[in-house]
Design a protein around this ligand. Structure first.
Ligand code: 13P
Length: 250
């Protein structure tokens, strides 16, 4: 069933103490009786502590990345089994910063998705066009190819563990958000291509989040669009007041 979700991607911010402080603030401020899911993704080094801290709260914890192998000689990497072992059941894959700075390709991401799903983890799969693609009128093609190459090898039954996050690269950390109409137009397109490939049930059930400069001031309008099921929040997820307002804007 389609869910409303607000997720905070903390990126490379917050040391151990700051992580604990922000989690405490969120636990205090976010009501416990919400229908929407609330997810936070601290850095790897603080994940285990965060998972422990959030264990008896409704706030869920996600990793920002994961390696595709089960284990082995991959210095600096983290496996799905390791995430599971500290209570992390959700992973963000394909963030544009991973794609751009760490050269993660659609084929690599498809392998990561497979590994995560084998471990019955949920995947928040990120994708989105760059500004040059939009200027060239290629944004729909780019998004379709990212989905096709990263996810469309999956069986329909696997989609219950997939959350999509459309994040136009030009709107990430720039203060320039897609307009609610641009977000709705793309989300509707995404749901349509999923419908074509997998049928109506999968298309209607999948949650599609928008990410890119979501703030307390613009969240409600973006979330009001019928095909926008929530947000993946960067900068504004680092301040408990702002993140709480965004969570409550849905
Ligand atoms: P900002 O909200 O800072 O634009 O970042 C969005 C993002 O990249 C979330 O993954």
């Amino acid at each position: 069933m389609r869910q409303k979700i607000v997720a905070g991607n903390w990126k490379m911010h917050k040391n151990a103490e700051e992580t604990e402080d922000l989690l405490n603030e969120l636990i205090d401020k976010i009501p416990t009786d919400l229908d929407q899911r609330v997810i936070v993704a601290p850095t790897f080094v603080n994940l285990s502590a965060a998972a422990d801290h959030l264990e008896f709260t409704p706030i869920e914890v996600a990793a920002q990345n994961m390696h595709q192998a089960e284990g082995g000689a991959f210095t600096g990497e983290i496996s799905a089994g390791m995430l599971e072992s500290v209570g992390v059941r959700i992973v963000i894959l394909g963030h544009s910063e991973r794609r751009a700075y760490f050269h993660e390709t659609d084929a690599l991401l498809a392998a990561k998705v497979d590994t995560a799903l084998k471990h019955e983890m949920e995947v928040i799969f990120c994708f989105g066009e760059e500004l040059k693609d939009r200027h060239a009128g290629q944004h729909f093609n780019v998004v379709e190819n990212q989905l096709k190459d990263g996810l469309f090898h999956l069986e329909a039954s696997a989609w219950k563990n997939i959350i999509l996050a459309y994040e136009p690269v030009w709107a990430i950390g720039t203060g320039e958000t897609a307009s609610p109409e641009q977000a709705q137009e793309m989300h509707e397109f995404i749901r349509d291509i999923i419908r074509k490939n997998y049928g109506n049930t999968v298309a209607e059930d999948v949650s599609i989040l928008y990410g890119g400069s979501v703030k307390p001031e613009n969240a409600a309008e973006i979330f009001s669009k019928p095909d926008v099921d929530g947000g993946l929040i960067g900068g504004a997820a680092l301040k408990s007041d702002d993140f709480t307002k965004i969570v409550l804007a849905i």
